[in-house]
Design a protein around this ligand. Structure first.
Ligand SMILES: Nc1ncnc2c1ncn2[C@@H]1O[C@H](COP(=O)(O)OP(=O)(O)O)[C@@H](O)[C@H]1O
Ligand SMILES: CC(=O)OP(=O)(O)O
Ligand SMILES: [Mg+2]
Length: 398
């Protein structure tokens, strides 16, 4: 039975909070409006748009609203005012870390909330940003059901050796293992790939989610068998402000010889490294691609090199490569990055068609490519809406 009404979806990423309001009365959720709470602009503001991108509503954050709570309340009351005939059934949240316990969406009870809060050290950049709106909404709409959908859940089936670190085994028993992230994006893209190229569904595919955070997922039979992020969303590729894979000896050196505190080191690795740290100019790929500075070119080159290197590593897990998919802000929009990665993977048989790539078509491989290459815009919000609708339908909520 379809569940009538709507769900509000909040997607708190490292550089923005995106949201979407979905009508869930049909079997596939339909977007009613979407928007962004932009905190990194000089004047933080809330922008709400129609599914076609027309402006519906805008509100600046005031001085008094340091934590953005009023903007969140404004999203709720706008949703209720504008779409009052779709009663709000639940709020679905992207929660970055689900730890070892959560392999599927779960209702955000106080007990679950406390368990997720305890995972903050494993995703210090994200977990507090994901959980803050849960608390705010509980305070202003205590009866509203809230549901957590996890970035880690799609990778829950990872097994050794992929999930294992080469440290003494007792640490693995206490949960120190590779989890992987961006799972809601990978789940959406894997689903789209089945629709676009059903013959590809069972093949060896790598999805490159290249956004402000970036990671790869190796897919076999539509399931994650490897990914570049680990215990935390710090591992793997070069990111906007995160370093990705690094010799752990560097960290020991900084702690001991530069007498850095753990807190300073965390700041360095999460906020001051990656594209920003290497370029000294910006964490934003658009700015770097437009810059003529040598340091900007070098940061872009490191990003491309490391992405290609990691794709080859994922291909080893898969025992070859049949499909490569680009998604995320950079993967969807930066043709220069896609072609740069493709050139470095020519030895694997990757050939990208320049015209298709410039136009960001759905399929961008050349006719003689041994690997099918796709650009598939991600939709984490829709994945969350689907999970919420399924939970409400099956009455897996109180
Ligand atoms: N047209 C574009 N060309 C190049 N890079 C782009 C373009 N549009 C967005 N990006 C880049 O995408 C990144 C943000 O990705 P996104 O997936 O939106 O981030 P988040 O991880 O916050 O969800 C930024 O580095 C931004 O510069
Ligand atoms: C997990 C992660 O890195 O997320 P984002 O890309 O939103 O920063
Ligand atoms: Mg993101």
């Amino acid at each position: 039975m379809p569940a009538p009404g709507a769900v509000l979806v909040l997607n708190a990423g490292s550089s923005s909070i995106k949201f979407g309001l979905f009508d869930i009365s049909a079997s596939e959720p339909a977007l009613l409006c979407k928007g962004q709470l932009d905190e990194h602009e000089a004047k933080p503001r809330l922008v709400v748009k129609s599914p076609k991108g027309e402006d519906l509503f805008e509100q600046q954050r005031t001085e008094a609203d340091a934590d953005g709570d009023h903007l969140l309340a404004a999203v709720l009351s706008f949703s209720e005012r504008q779409f009052g005939d779709h009663s709000l059934r639940a709020v679905g949240h992207r929660i970055v870390h689900g730890g070892p316990d959560y392999s599927a969406p779960v209702e955000l009870t106080l007990d679950v909330h406390a368990k997720l809060e305890a995972l903050t050290p494993l995703a210090p950049l994200h977990q507090p940003r994901c959980l803050a709106p849960v608390r705010t909404i509980r305070a202003i709409r205590p009866a509203l059901i809230q549901i957590a959908c996890f970035d880690t859940a799609f990778h829950h089936g990872l097994v050794p050796p992929v999930s294992r670190f080469a440290i003494p085994r007792r640490y693995e028993q206490s949960g120190i293992r590779r989890y992987g992230f961006h799972g809601l994006s990978f789940e959406y893209v894997a689903g789209r790939l089945v629709q676009i190229a059903p013959e590809r569904a069972a093949k060896r595919t790598i999805i490159a989610h290249l956004g402000n955070g970036a990671s790869l997922c190796a897919l076999r039979d539509g399931r994650s068998v490897d990914t570049t992020m680990g215990l935390t969303p710090l591992d793997g590729l070069v990111m906007g402000t995160r370093c990705g894979t690094i010799d752990p000896g560097v960290l020991l050196y900084l702690l001991e010889h530069e007498t850095m505190s753990a807190e300073e080191l965390q700041r360095l690795l999460y906020h001051e490294s990656g594209l920003l740290g290497v370029s000294g100019i910006s964490a934003d790929m658009r700015t770097l691609l437009a810059s003529s500075e040598a340091a900007a070119r070098e940061a872009v080159d490191l990003f491309t090199f490391r992405a290609a290197q990691a794709i080859a590593m994922m291909a080893t897990t898969l025992g070859g490569l049949d499909g490569l998919v680009f998604t995320g802000g950079i993967g969807e929009h930066a043709g220069e990055i896609r072609s740069g990665i493709g050139e470095r993977l020519a030895w694997l048989g990757v050939r990208i068609d320049a015209a298709a790539n410039d136009a960001a078509r759905e399929r961008i491989n050349a006719g003689d490519s041994a690997v099918d290459v796709f650009v598939i815009p991600t939709n984490e919000e829709l994945t969350i809406a689907r999970h919420c609708a399924a939970m409400l339908r099956s009455a897996r909520v109180s």
